[in-house]
Design a binder for this molecule. Structure first.
Ligand code: ATP
Ligand code: ZN
Ligand code: MG
Length: 401
């Protein structure tokens, strides 16, 4: 965490290789992780200028910071080619009535209360709105006769290791620890623990080694329950909602990008055809739902936010095989879009890594449809505002009771 009270200085320079426009957002989001002194990072849309705000105390390390930034740029840009974005649905110009950032009004009405960066409590109207969206997602799950699951918030490090998560998304991990079983360490903590602007003043050796993390996704838990076994039925549709954690550093912003958020997933496990067909059916069944919500959105091909070293190769792979499509809702107030959900196909990745077999002995294929509940609510309010009399009638009736 950066020190909130120290002064900031601007550092502006050109990337050693120009950043193509389609990579600007992706590279920019990674700059947050380059150095603790970086408080914000911006790349000009044209890709030829980088502006960092860094803590004044790091002024003597400007060259080193710049060098690390250039390393990121080089690694992500070199040899990259522009993926062909495939648009499956385009309702971005659906008329909406609101064009402001809803956050200020949400805070004024007590509908959001920020506990820390990326951590919010939500009030009654947001809670009801999310319950209404959830009703639609649960109904979608029911059309597949998806069976319900409840998964833990914690996930063993050993599990994430088994599916290469550490290599792909190291930057967004959140680790869990506890005090070591040691009378001196616990007594010392009880007597001296206090928070300063850097956090808890507790010596690192008081904490246990890390064996557990906060879970970054929902469907992984299902795959782990199926690990090292044969799926006798040949296919499975399941659904669950859960807390997910992704540390997004200075990219954490309002309800758009949270550290702690909730995801509803409908998950398919089976043959390649079973998973791909159901992913497609799910997308088609969501079309009338998104229309009923009046949402202005587009469904287009996308890639996961892999970290620097893995980004180019893995993103190109996902893009070439159309493994991911995002529902991107329009945010009128910033003239951009935000992913509120995704349709994912993992091929037999989890089947192979976790040894989930189909009755014929081949590894199972998996896929999931995932909705970000806070983002659904945020995007809806960014398009329709907080006054329910202006909402599409079905939403108004459901939420007002
Ligand atoms: P983004 O592209 O915005 O970083 P993602 O591609 O990592 O999101 P997925 O892994 O597909 O997202 O997760 C499914 C859904 O979960 C997203 O469509 C989004 O609605 C939600 N989600 C993902 N990350 C966050 C976050 N940090 N805060 C809030 N919601 C999130
Ligand atoms: Zn999933
Ligand atoms: Mg994405």
């Amino acid at each position: 965490m950066s020190d909130p009270i120290s002064a900031l200085i601007n550092l502006q320079f050109s990337p050693a290789v120009p950043i193509p426009e389609h990579l600007v957002g992706e590279v920019q989001s990674k700059l947050a992780y380059v150095d603790e002194a970086i408080r914000s990072a911006r790349i000009a849309p044209s890709g030829d200028q980088i502006t960092l705000e860094i803590q004044e105390g790091a002024a003597n390390r400007q060259d080193a910071i710049q060098e690390k930034v250039q390393r990121v740029v080089h690694s992500m840009v070199k040899g990259a080619f522009k993926p062909k974005i495939q648009v499956l649905e385009d309702h971005l110009d659906r008329p909406v009535i609101f064009d402001r950032d809803p956050m200020e009004e949400l805070a004024a009405r007590g509908e959001v209360s920020q506990e820390a960066d990326g951590i919010f409590s939500l009030g009654p109207m947001l809670t009801r709105l999310i319950a209404y969206f959830e009703g639609h997602f649960e109904h979608l799950a029911a059309t597949f006769e998806a069976v319900p699951y409840r998964f833990p918030t914690l996930i063993p490090a050993r599990y994430l290791e088994r599916v290469n998560y550490f290599r792909s998304f190291p930057h967004s991990l959140t680790f869990v620890t506890h005090l070591r079983e040691d009378l001196d360490a616990i007594d010392h903590f009880a007597l001296h623990a206090a928070c300063d602007e850097h956090g808890l003043n507790v010596p690192a050796e008081s904490f246990s080694r890390i064996k557990t993390l906060l879970s970054p996704a929902v469907c992984y838990h299902l795959y782990f329950t199926l690990a090292d076994s044969t799926l006798q039925s040949g296919s499975l549709a399941a659904t669950a909602v859960g807390n997910c954690f992704r540390y997004e550093s200075s990219n954490l912003a309002s309800l758009e990008r949270l550290w702690n958020f909730t995801m509803r997933e409908v998950i398919f496990v089976g043959s390649k055809d079973y998973v791909l067909e159901n992913r497609e059916i799910a997308r088609q069944r969501m079309m009338p739902v998104l229309e009923e919500l009046g949402l202005a959105y587009r469904v287009e091909s996308a890639t996961d936010p892999f970290f620097v070293g893995e980004f180019r190769k893995q993103a190109a792979f996902q893009s070439a095989f159309q493994l991911k499509f995002e529902i991107r809702a329009r945010l009128p107030f910033k003239d951009s879009t935000l992913a509120v959900g995704s349709y994912n196909y993992h091929q037999d990745f989890f089947g192979r890594h976790l040894n989930i077999q189909l009755p014929d002995g081949s590894p199972a294929h998996t896929g999931c449809v995932a909705f970000g509940l806070e983002r659904m609510a945020f995007a809806f309010l960014a398009q329709y505002g907080l006054d329910s009399e202006n909402w599409p009638s079905s939403v108004r009736q459901a939420v007002n009771g």
